[in-house]
Ligand binder design. Structure first.
Ligand code: SAM
Ligand code: SF4
Length: 417
């Protein structure tokens, strides 16, 4: 598996050099000249822990939450103070964990953000089904969140059992959601679970629409090596069939594909957890992608708070890109949207996409993975499946390794991928 990702990396970067992450980090982040910058805030608290979940999360305790939020606010100022004035950013996204279960101090976090940034394209937040209550929704609405993303996974008790998720009352969720007009109501579903059929997945999608979703994310189940889950994803042949059938179903209903995993009722409804070209991440485990570097914060809350107490950034690992590596990162992240605009690539790098990746584009066209439409490269359903497939390899050989190490060590010396 890692042979495939290594060969791809060598081919695309035209180099044998691996991606090398080290513990050397910079105290100032050079984001001021980054166009299309997104912000991400990580709130790592949950009521209980799901054993299939790979994210950085802890059981909620009030003291720990308060200590964490104090540090988070300080991190935002440490980064924001490095420039004067307020920088325009596209969107702000709160992920976790279950960020909507602990919103006591979300207004303070937002004030810290607003003192350095101006948000132009709205704010989103992840919500556990247990947090769909009138009081939480009202607070989020008052705070001007425009997009919510609810982690349903499945409405079917069979799959809730497989994932060991608690049942919830979908009628209650529906009746609460009808009281609020969030621009985007997105629902996360997991597919490729053992024995799952197209009918099962279709019923989940229909139920999601019935309770008020106008946007749906279908994530392929990933069996991370460091999680305690004993659930295995279905084999690739069945997964491919399922993905083709559900994509076809969405298209027949007139839905638009907004990213590799997401479908929306109309073009106007966009939902992305982050802007893909450049982003700043705050909080433990949050990642930052800028013009010349990618960095990831420590996964340990204690070490995160300790670093910040000393006015230092909580960066655990950083990679300073070669130009070619940055191009590959750019393509990998922007391809999630299922399209690549050569003009944006040119604006970012000052060279044409065709000049740098002409051969790859020709091959992708020949294999039917992409088509050119109005000077934009768009992924076909076949291309999207193989991207899913490759992303799965990438997740299992790169993310799995990185997160596995970072869960054990707060500040590893070096990581080669
Ligand atoms: C941070 S989590 C969820 C938010 C919220 N805490 C909840 O559980 O509803 C974001 C999403 O990642 C997806 N996810 C988590 N673990 C996954 C896995 N092993 N494979 C695929 N998707 C996963 C789920 O769809 C989940 O809703
Ligand atoms: S799936 Fe959601 S609730 Fe479960 S552990 Fe992950 S973040 Fe927490």
């Amino acid at each position: 598996m890692s042979i495939l990702t290594n060969l791809t990396r060598m081919w695309l970067t035209r180099s044998f050099k691996p991606f090398i992450f080290t513990n050397k980090y910079s105290q100032t982040l050079d984001y001021i000249n980054c166009d299309k910058l997104g912000l991400y805030v990580h709130i790592p608290f949950c009521r209980s822990i799901c054993n299939f979940c790979p994210y950085c999360k802890y059981i909620y305790k009030k003291d720990l939450y308060n200590k964490y939020v104090d540090s988070l606010i300080k991190e935002i100022h440490l980064v924001g103070n490095s420039t004067s004035g307020r920088k325009k950013i596209t969107s702000l996204y709160f992920g976790g964990g279950s960020p909507a279960m602990s919103i006591e101090r979300t207004d303070e976090i937002l004030d810290a953000i607003y003192s350095h940034f101006i948000i132009t394209d709205g704010m989103g937040i992840e919500i556990h089904p247990d947090d769909i209550t009138d009081s939480t929704m009202q607070t989020l609405y008052n705070l001007k969140f425009t997009k919510i993303s609810v982690g349903i996974q499945s409405f079917n008790s069979k799959f809730q059992d497989i994932l060991k998720r608690k049942e919830f009352d979908s009628n209650q969720i529906k009746s609460v959601l009808t009281n609020y007009s969030f621009e985007t109501v997105s629902i996360d579903l997991i597919f490729a679970l053992p024995t799952q059929t197209f009918e099962d997945l279709k019923n989940d999608v229909e139920k999601a629409l019935d309770i008020g979703a106008n946007h749906i994310a279908i994530y392929p189940f990933i069996d991370f090596s460091f999680t305690a889950s004993n659930v295995h994803a279905m084999d690739n042949f069945d997964k491919k069939k399922l993905l083709y059938n559900i994509t076809d179903y969405f298209y027949k209903k007139g839905f638009v594909r907004t990213s590799i995993w997401t479908f929306a009722k109309s073009d106007a409804i966009k939902y992305s957890s982050m802007t893909r070209e450049n982003f700043l991440g705050f909080g433990c485990s949050a990642t930052t992608l800028l013009k010349e570097q990618f960095k990831i914060n420590t996964f340990s809350i204690n070490e995160y708070c300790k670093r910040i107490d000393k006015d230092n950034l909580p960066t655990s690992l950083t990679i300073n890109f070669t130009r070619r590596q940055r191009m590959v990162y750019y393509l990998f992240w922007t391809a999630y949207s299922t399209q690549i605009n050569p003009t944006d690539f040119y604006d970012f790098f000052g060279v044409t996409l065709e000049q740098e990746f002409g051969l790859e584009i020709r091959i992708a066209k020949m294999l039917g993975f992409i088509v050119e439409d109005n000077n934009i490269y768009k992924m076909t359903p076949k291309g999207a499946f193989y991207y899913h497939y490759y992303e799965n390899f990438y997740t299992l050989s790169y993310i799995d390794k990185m997160w596995g190490i970072m869960r054990r060590e707060a500040f590893p010396d070096e990581l080669k991928l």
